[in-house]
Design a protein. Structure first.
Length: 170
């Protein structure tokens, strides 16, 4: 397929680089680190093209590589730095993104960022990347039941926060 064809590989990078960077940015909440992860994702994809299993979508394979690199980056960051405070996380937003989003979107985005990493990762793969439960299970190497329960807990936690933010009574 792509083996030895640089133009095809360049097309692959052009097609998926924005999605990979966006996914890494949402998971890692750090532009520079997300940029590094996106670049490393495509380097590893290129070096491992022979390992690609054509039975699966190419996009799923690439997101799997990005997910593994995000996991490694989060683990390394935990070893190097103390946990961020909520205020630091909220101030990390790009000013252009803030002006483009409504207050409600910013608040919900902040709540997504506060989810435990395993819940946030499943939620982003499902909602942002529109992957199936089966694809998420394969990418994260967890049972489909774990995908479903993590997604359920993430949605439940977000729903509770939305009710709290907007004083909605059940």
């Amino acid at each position: 397929m792509l083996d030895g064809d640089r133009r095809a590989y360049n097309t692959l990078v052009e097609r998926y680089q924005r999605a990979v960077y966006s996914y890494a940015r949402r998971v890692l909440r750090d532009h520079d680190l997300a940029d590094e992860v996106a670049q490393e994702t495509f380097v590893r994809a290129y070096l491992n093209l022979k390992r690609y299993d054509g039975r699966y979508r190419l996009y799923t394979w690439i997101i799997t590589i990005a997910t593994n690199l995000c996991h490694d980056a989060m683990s390394a960051r935990k070893r190097r730095q103390p946990l961020e405070t909520a205020e630091e996380t909220a101030s990390d937003c790009n000013p252009l993104e803030q002006t483009a989003e409504t207050d409600a979107c910013v608040r919900i985005r902040a709540e997504i960022d506060r989810l435990p990493p395993e819940q946030r990762q499943v939620l982003l793969l499902r909602i942002d990347q529109e992957l199936s439960y089966q694809e998420i299970s394969r990418i994260l190497r967890i049972p489909m039941g774990s995908v479903m329960s993590r997604l359920f807990r993430a949605r439940q936690r977000l729903a509770n926060k939305v009710r709290e933010i907007y004083a909605i009574k059940e």
